[in-house]
Design a protein around this ligand. Structure first.
Ligand SMILES: *Cc1c(COP(=O)(O)O)cnc(C)c1O
Ligand SMILES: [Zn+2]
Length: 401
C-alpha cells in the first residue's frame, strides 16, 4: 500500500508504522497516498455497505487484523415533513446514531483500534466529552486492549458514561473542561507510552472520511453537507473523503461544507467570520450540546481549511435553536438525536434564512449521535402528560382536544 503519514505544517514524512500522534514540529499528521489505488463503484458495491466497503482507500497494512463491528452503512433518510417547514427541495439526514455505539466515532475507531493493535499497543487512551470514550472502550474491549478514558468530571452525558463503564474502561476524572482532559491525556501518553485515540490521531480521520464515501455512493455529491463542529476532526475527515473521491475519479464535483458550533463554544465560527488565520480559544465553553462543548479545537487548522477550501462556512447557533431543532427532528421526522447533532439542522435553518444555502440546493445534514446518549435533556422538552385517576372515559377530552 503506497501511503505515508505526513505533517500538514512542515511536510515531514513518517512511515505508516509511526506510533506518534503529532509531528515532531507539533503539527497535525495526515495519512496520504503516494499513488492512488485503482477503484470503482462496481468494486465497492460488490461488498456490504459500511466503512470497510472502501478498503482500498483506507491504507491500513494488508496484514492488519481488522477490528470491526460493521460500523458505518448508516441510513440516509430523506426529509418529508421538515422539508415542508424549511421549503427545501431535496434534503436528507445521515443518521450516524445508527452506528454500533451510537455515534459516528465508530467509523474512526474501527480504523484507530485496528492500527493500535497492529502497532503492538497494549493500552489505549483518549480524552472525551463522551462519545469517543464510548466508542474507544467498546472497540478496545473487542481487540483485547485496555481502555483508559479521561473525562471532564460531571460534564459527560449519562448514556455515554454508562457505555464507558459497561465496556470496562478505567475512568480518569479531570477537574476541568474537555480541553484540560486532552492536555492530561497527551502528558500521560508522553510519560507512559499509551496509544492516544483522540481525533488528532490520523487513523481516526481515515475511518471518518468514509462518511463522504457513503453519501456520494448513495445520492452523489450534494451541494452542501452540514455538520456539527467540536474539535473539527469530522469536518476535516469529510473534506478529505470528498477530495479523494475526486482524485480517484469517482466523482466530478465537491460539496460545500457548513460547520456548525454552539454559540457558547464557537472559536472556529468566530475565526471564520472575522477572517482570522488562527482562532481565539474560548476558556470556559458552555452549551447544552456537550459533545461540542470545546474551547480549544485541536483540529482547527484543517477544519478552517476545509470550510474555506470548499467555499463553505463555519457558523454558530444558540442552545435554544439547538433544542428546537432536536424537537423538530424528533417530532416531525421520528429521528432521535443528541443535542450536538441537532446543531446541524439548526445551522441549516439559519443558513437558509441568511440566503447562504438556497432552497433549490441538495443538502445532507449529519446527525452525529443518538438521542439515548443524553436522557437528561428531556427536561428541556415539554411532554403532554395526563394522570389517569379513574375511568378511561375521562380521557375523551384528552383524545379530542
Ligand atoms: C464528537 C462529536 C461531534 C464533534 O465532532 P468533531 O470531530 O470533534 O468536530 C459532534 N457530535 C457528536 C455527537 C459527537 O460525538
Ligand atoms: Zn511537522
Amino acid at each position: 500500500m503506497d501511503a505515508v503519514i505526513k505533517c500538514i505544517e512542515c511536510s515531514s514524512e513518517y512511515p505508516i508504522s509511526y506510533t506518534g500522534i503529532t509531528c515532531s514540529c507539533g503539527g497535525l499528521l495526515q495519512v496520504e497516498f503516494r499513488e492512488y489505488p485503482e477503484v470503482s463503484w462496481e468494486l465497492f458495491r460488490s461488498r456490504p455497505f459500511g466503512v470497510w466497503r472502501y478498503r482500498e482507500l483506507i491504507p491500513v497494512p494488508r496484514d492488519a487484523e481488522i477490528v470491526t463491528m460493521r460500523e458505518g452503512g448508516t441510513p440516509l433518510i430523506r426529509f418529508s415533513r421538515i422539508k415542508e417547514v424549511l421549503g427545501v427541495r431535496e434534503s436528507y439526514v445521515k443518521f450516524e446514531g445508527a452506528n454500533p455505539t451510537g455515534s459516528f466515532k465508530d467509523r474512526g475507531m474501527t480504523v484507530g483500534v485496528t492500527m493500535a493493535k497492529y502497532l503492538g499497543a497494549k493500552a489505549v487512551a483518549c480524552a472525551s466529552t463522551g462519545n469517543t470514550s464510548s466508542s474507544m472502550a467498546a472497540y478496545a474491549s473487542r481487540a483485547g486492549l485496555k481502555p483508559y478514558v479521561f473525562l471532564p468530571k460531571g460534564k459527560v452525558a449519562k448514556g455515554k458514561l454508562m457505555q464507558a463503564v459497561l465496556h470496562g474502561a478505567t475512568l480518569i476524572m479531570v477537574n476541568g473542561s474537555f480541553d484540560d482532559a486532552l492536555s492530561a491525556v497527551m502528558q500521560a501518553s508522553r510519560s507512559f507510552g499509551v496509544y492516544v485515540l483522540n481525533s488528532l490521531n490520523p487513523w481516526r480521520i481515515e475511518g471518518q472520511k468514509t462518511l463522504a464515501y457513503e453519501i456520494a455512493d448513495e445520492v452523489g455529491v450534494p451541494d452542501w453537507v452540514v455538520l456539527p463542529v467540536g474539535n473539527g476532526g469530522n469536518i476535516s475527515a469529510l473534506w478529505k473523503g470528498f477530495k479523494e473521491l475526486k482524485k480517484v475519479g469517482l466523482v466530478d464535483e465537491l460539496p460545500r461544507l457548513a460547520g456548525i458550533q454552539a454559540s457558547g463554544a464557537a472559536p472556529l465560527a468566530h475565526a471564520f467570520k472575522e477572517g482570522l488565520s488562527k482562532p481565539r480559544f474560548v476558556e470556559h465553553p458552555e452549551t447544552v450540546a456537550t459533545a461540542i462543548r470545546i474551547g480549544r479545537p485541536v483540529n482547527w487548522p484543517r477544519a478552517l481549511r476545509a470550510a474555506r477550501e470548499s467555499r463553505g462556512v463555519i457558523t454558530s447557533v444558540t442552545d435554544e435553536e439547538i433544542l428546537e431543532a432536536q424537537r423538530m427532528l424528533g417530532r416531525l421526522e421520528g429521528v432521535g438525536v443528541e443535542p450536538a447533532s441537532a446543531a446541524s439542522l439548526a445551522g441549516l435553518r439559519k443558513l437558509l434564512d441568511e440566503g447562504i444555502i438556497r432552497p433549490d440546493e441538495k443538502v445532507v445534514i449529519v446527525a452525529t449521535g443518538h438521542a439515548l446518549k443524553d436522557p437528561d435533556i428531556a427536561v428541556y422538552h415539554q411532554a403532554d402528560t395526563v394522570e389517569l385517576r379513574g375511568d378511561v372515559n375521562e380521557l375523551s377530552e384528552v383524545f379530542w382536544r
